[in-house]
Design a protein around this ligand. Structure first.
Ligand code: UDP
Ligand code: MG
Length: 142
């Protein structure tokens, strides 16, 4: 298995509920290395650009509003098989369908407000990490 990068975002609901520490602890216990992290308030334009792949979906407008409704925390993670393993750690998009012990099952309110983002492929992991972090920011933390 290859070493991969994946992007996590602690979404505005996670920050509002002060769950950042608990969610980050789960990432670390699961063996993810934090390459870089920051706190940002996304503009609607940035949130819309990040989720552009969903622009024609009925939930897009609400998603952009939610993601720009408060601070969030992008986190660049690295690990062997990071993308798949992180998706397993967070659980399915809808917390009602997420497996017991996953982050979304334990903390999320709804399919929209689901605490955390995770990249869905190694290529998207690379490009989503690059959306928030420069290579210099990542490299200097190794
Ligand atoms: N989303 C939503 N309603 C849906 C599907 C998705 O509000 O029916 C939101 C939700 O916040 C989700 C994000 O849009 O995390 C991106 O959707 P995706 O299908 O990529 O889910 P994810 O990869 O986050 O599990
Ligand atoms: Mg997705």
């Amino acid at each position: 298995m290859a070493i991969e990068r994946t992007l996590a975002i602690l979404k505005p609901d996670c920050v509002r509920k002060n769950l950042q520490g608990q969610v980050i602890a789960r990432m670390q216990k699961a063996g993810f290395t934090i390459l870089s992290m920051k706190m940002v308030r996304l503009s609607p334009i940035s949130a819309g650009a990040f989720y552009a792949v969903h622009k024609d979906r009925p939930f897009y407008k609400g998603l952009v509003e939610f993601m720009s409704s408060g601070a969030c925390m992008p986190i660049a993670l690295e690990k062997e098989n990071a993308v798949e393993d992180f998706r397993t750690l967070i659980g399915k998009t809808d917390p009602a369908e997420a497996a017991p012990g996953t982050i979304r099952k334990d903390f999320a309110e709804s399919k929209g407000e689901n605490i955390v983002h995770g990249s869905d492929s190694p290529d998207n992991g690379k490009s989503e990490v690059a959306f928030f972090f420069s290579e210099k920011e990542l490299a200097e933390n190794r």
